[in-house]
Design a protein around this ligand. Sequence first.
Ligand SMILES: Cc1cc2nc3c(=O)[nH]c(=O)nc-3n(C[C@H](O)[C@H](O)[C@H](O)COP(=O)(O)OP(=O)(O)OC[C@H]3O[C@@H](n4cnc5c(N)ncnc54)[C@H](O)[C@@H]3O)c2cc1C
Length: 308
Amino acid sequence: FIQAQDGQTYRDWHLQRGLTPNLLERFFAPLALALDFTPVDQISAYPVLNVCSYFASAGKNSRVAFLDGPTATRLFEPIERFLELRGGTVRRSAPVVGLQVDERGMVRGVRTAAGDAVEADAVVLATPLHRTRELLPDRFRDAAGVRGIYGLTSAPVITAHLWFDRSIVGAGNIHFSPGSRVPVFAELSRVAPAFQPAGAGCFLEAVVAPADDLITADDSEIERVVLSDLRRLFPVTASATLLKSVYVRVPRSVYRAAPGSEALRPSTQTPVRGLLLAGDYVAGPIPSSMEAAVMSGTTAGRLAAQRD
Ligand SMILES: Cc1cc2nc3c(=O)[nH]c(=O)nc-3n(C[C@H](O)[C@H](O)[C@H](O)COP(=O)(O)OP(=O)(O)OC[C@H]3O[C@@H](n4cnc5c(N)ncnc54)[C@H](O)[C@@H]3O)c2cc1C
């Protein structure tokens, strides 16, 4: 049932079923922005219903967890160590610029920007959607199971990293705010001590979405929008001093889950021999997220190991 709702926006789905506009605006609008950085009148009903059903199906599914430090040390380095302990090699700063394809059309490896050729029995392209599109040789673009990725688009988003001289939110956990350009935020210094700045200050991270009209704006314009909303939500912001701010623009983040996108998500196994796809945009049971990416990577690894 849920997947069959992919043909319409969440807003239309919601209102057609007689659910209230208030519920749409106050609950589902910030949820959709947190989920896909996309407003309810543009996001498909499918990802919203999917995630609600997932949250409701077991108590632990709606638990929120934070990394207790920066991603580099708390996520990437442990993954790297895990791989190296099992005989893997991680090559950083070695962007892949092309696939090596033999005369029979089979993928045999990759080429890096430094000019190295890396041979492989199978290649799992785990790059973001837009990069995968660039890396696929032209002749594969019409292959069934792959061509859908040319119909998918990516949602822009900005994250605001703000250091204040005092607490703004006054509470830990993640917060959703309706009717705001900062639909989801957390005072990270309260949930993870590693983020606590010296003294009584706080470190607050906020998602700025939708970001389509702000993605090319300069920092001062983004800051104006963010602080105006924070002042409205937390009047203490007006008397706080913003000590430092960093705005990270991600013009092409997760795929935009517009109506009809589900059918465009490619499969892990491509019709191109030796080439598998992994990533949050690859077809799977849940919308784009870290969990979707991990599930997809696990499937790709299993299929690569089973290759003939
Ligand atoms: C602001 C923001 C907040 C988010 N919050 C959450 C959240 O709270 N929970 C959640 O589950 N998800 C969240 N997401 C979504 C989550 O980050 C993505 O769904 C997930 O990272 C996708 O993983 P991936 O492996 O498919 O792609 P990526 O994480 O994009 O990984 C792709 C990798 O490919 C590398 N790469 C790119 N080009 C090349 C190349 N040419 N050669 C070699 N490597 C290359 C990149 O450097 C990158 O490391 C958030 C996303 C954003 C932008």
